[in-house]
Design a protein around this ligand. Structure first.
Ligand SMILES: [Zn+2]
Length: 401
């Protein structure tokens, strides 16, 4: 039986190679697939025929070839299955529906209230949001390959998938199981910064970058690290909890229970606390207040200038520490607050990082803003489902097309 098993494994591995190649490089002829993946022409023909038959691939016209017959172009069938990506934020939940080619089809935004039982509230929001998206797109649940969720907490993959989030007093909540029961679809959960990193690495500015860190700045902050082209997770999937590295001895109280964490200064509430300490009067709404602070800084308001200069120092040193540890060639700054402050401070931040990290660590370094914008967490969360699909863990012949 062993040789048969190996044949099956090999075919499955080659199917994954071809699907990944088409997913990340777009449509092409069988000949091009064979040349670029170095799989034999016969293997490519066999695997693509099977994928065409099951509806995973479609034919997309012909390509002229020098001398021979025109070649058929094949591509992933966008309507073979659909993915839902969720950015489970502390103030709002964004849900987006994508087709299998990662085209965004529709979106729904749900506000989050500060309630006693946050878990019950989030489950209701997810149930309602998924139904809303399917209704908008006219899709039945069988068409949905899965729901990916990016959460602002530590996601443990330890037999079961649980979430720890100190701001909601979640120590180890079985979120995946509860959401799956509520929405009736396969669910995949990871930390929001990790999901965003996956999206930037696959479809954003980080395509093809081997060593990169993606920084998420919103209400909380975190980082995702790509090393040798793959997401670095650590022993318990909590690598990248950069927001809780200590930056000030005996500093501000952080939501994690510690003191002097980077998040207490650079997360949106921390930035606004600095503004209050400097004599400013920010609004209660974080989104509005951070936007107004950046506007005031750009107009040359002296209080805003002081707050933003201090922020540049703290964030710059935080990034420099990350650079000294991981030696990335690229840092990308994202998250709603990260895009706002990064847009205004990018040059000063880059100078501060170069001043505070070792010259050898910054030799190849460039710092830029995330390309996928505010949608990056939803896209990344949908990528969690796509990853399962590409790994052939989701049956692509389950009769959904
Ligand atoms: Zn902390």
């Amino acid at each position: 039986m062993k040789p048969l098993r190996r044949t099956v494994d090999l075919r499955q591995a080659n199917t994954q190679v071809i699907l990944r190649h088409l997913c990340f490089n777009g449509s092409m002829s069988r000949m091009e697939i064979s040349l670029q993946t170095q799989l034999s022409a016969g293997m490519v023909t066999n695997v693509t025929s099977e994928l065409l038959q099951s509806g995973v691939l479609i034919e997309k016209g012909l390509e002229e070839s020098s001398g021979g017959r025109p070649r058929t172009i094949v591509d992933i069938n966008p309507r073979h299955g659909y993915l839902i990506g969720v950015d489970l934020g502390e103030t709002q939940v964004a849900l987006e529906l994508f087709d299998l080619k990662m085209n965004k089809l529709c979106t729904t935004l749900e506000p989050v209230a500060q309630e006693e039982d946050m878990l019950a509230q989030y489950i209701c929001i997810l149930q309602r949001g998924c139904q809303n998206l399917m209704m908008q797109a006219g899709l039945s649940p069988e068409k949905i390959l899965g729901v990916g969720i990016g959460v602002p907490g530590i996601v443990e993959h330890n037999g079961q998938v649980s979430v720890a989030a100190p701001m909601w007093n979640w120590r180890s909540e079985p979120v995946l199981e509860l959401v799956e029961q509520a929405v009736g679809l396969p669910v995949y959960i990871d930390n929001g910064a990790k999901a965003m990193t996956l999206a930037e690495s696959w479809f954003g500015a980080g395509r093809g970058v081997q060593d990169m860190a993606v920084i998420l700045i919103g209400t909380g902050i975190g980082a995702g690290i790509i090393t040798k082209g793959a997401l670095y997770r650590g022993a318990t999937n909590s690598a990248g909890e950069w927001g809780h590295t200590k930056i000030v001895l005996h500093g501000r109280q952080c939501r994690c229970g510690g003191q002097g964490c980077l998040e207490a200064y650079v997360g949106a509430p921390g930035i606004l606390a600095s503004q209050r300490e400097a004599g400013g009067h920010p609004q209660d709404d974080q989104f509005v207040a951070v936007g107004q602070l950046v506007d005031a800084y750009q107009r040359g308001d002296p209080t805003a200038e002081r707050v933003m200069q201090d922020l540049t120092q703290v964030l710059g040193i935080g990034i420099a520490n990350l650079v000294n540890l991981f030696n990335p060639e690229r840092i990308e700054i994202g998250g709603w607050a990260g895009l706002l402050i990064g847009g205004a401070l990018l040059d000063d931040l880059t100078a501060c990082v170069k001043q505070n990290a070792l010259p050898l660590s910054t030799k190849e370094l460039s710092i830029s803003l995330c390309q996928l914008g505010e949608d990056a967490i939803c896209t990344g969360a949908a990528c969690l489902v796509l990853e399962e699909f590409l790994s052939a863990n989701l049956k692509f012949n389950r009769g959904i097309y």
